[in-house]
Design a protein around this ligand. Structure first.
Ligand code: ADE
Length: 235
């Protein structure tokens, strides 16, 4: 899997992919992540990446030319119809489809090259969406000052699902949301801490009982905190 990030703040990503599972996946060449400075694709004297909106209004709009040039260089074409198969060009924005575990799974299974465009300011010239973008994605119903944090979220959630990225293949299978449930509670040593004890069943060695308890707890947590997940329509 190749992941290419287009941003006006390349420094933002300096160390963020250098830890844990993502770092290991990079070292094992399961994923290659590259960061591109949109400004380096400008051709004007002032290296402008944004300009005033046509029609007036507040804020600045990200210009389309440097983004088209970047995609053309990175993908080989800036015509969406001609992208190689498995290529996804993603615009991170609050207007997009909401990112969920099922979307992470879809990308991990279907994509081999993901280009993530970090939007900024008031927005991005719509022609980027019209011609380049295969997926507009939001990480939730709130407004960030740019798509950079969202890029980190997508990259992390997708990379850990790639084959062999996790130490044990079963880890992702048991993740929260995989079956539309939150995770069950976990405990480790010590058995008792400040008067708080580990549930007896987990010490029993009875695997069937433990499994049953975990299922019940996962259901209970989901019902209490995220009943919307139990509604099949939301899966
Ligand atoms: N850019 C600004 N807000 C965003 C959001 N919620 N998700 C993705 N990108 C964004």
């Amino acid at each position: 899997m190749k992941i290419d990030v287009l941003t006006i703040f390349p420094e933002f990503f300096k160390e963020v992919f250098d830890f844990g599972i993502i770092r290991r996946a990079r070292l094992a060449e399961i994923v290659e992540i590259k960061i591109y400075d949109i400004r380096s694709f400008t051709t004007d004297k002032h290296r402008k990446t944004d300009d005033k909106p046509f029609g007036g209004g507040d804020g600045m709009v990200m210009k389309c030319e440097p983004i088209f040039s970047a995609v053309e260089k990175i993908v080989g074409t800036c015509e969406r119809e001609n992208y190689p198969s498995g290529t996804r060009v993603v615009l991170l924005s609050p207007q997009g489809r909401v990112f969920k575990q099922s979307v992470a799974r879809e990308f991990a299974d279907e994509a081999n090259h993901i280009v993530l465009i970090c939007g900024r300011y008031e927005g991005v010239d719509e022609r980027v969406n019209d011609a380049l973008v295969t997926d507009e994605i939001s990480i939730g119903d709130y407004v960030l000052s740019g798509g950079e944090p969202a890029t980190i979220v997508l990259t992390d959630a997708i990379v850990r699902l790639l084959p062999n990225a996790l130490g044990s293949e079963t880890s992702a299978v048991n993740d929260s949301f995989t079956e539309n449930l939150l995770d069950y509670p976990h405990y480790t040593q010590p058995r008792e801490f400040r008067g708080m004890e580990v549930p007896e069943v987990l010490l029993s060695g009875n695997h069937a009982e433990i499994e049953k308890w975990r299922k019940e707890k996962a259901f209970e947590k989901t019902l209490n905190y995220r009943p919307d997940l139990l509604d099949k329509e939301n899966s």
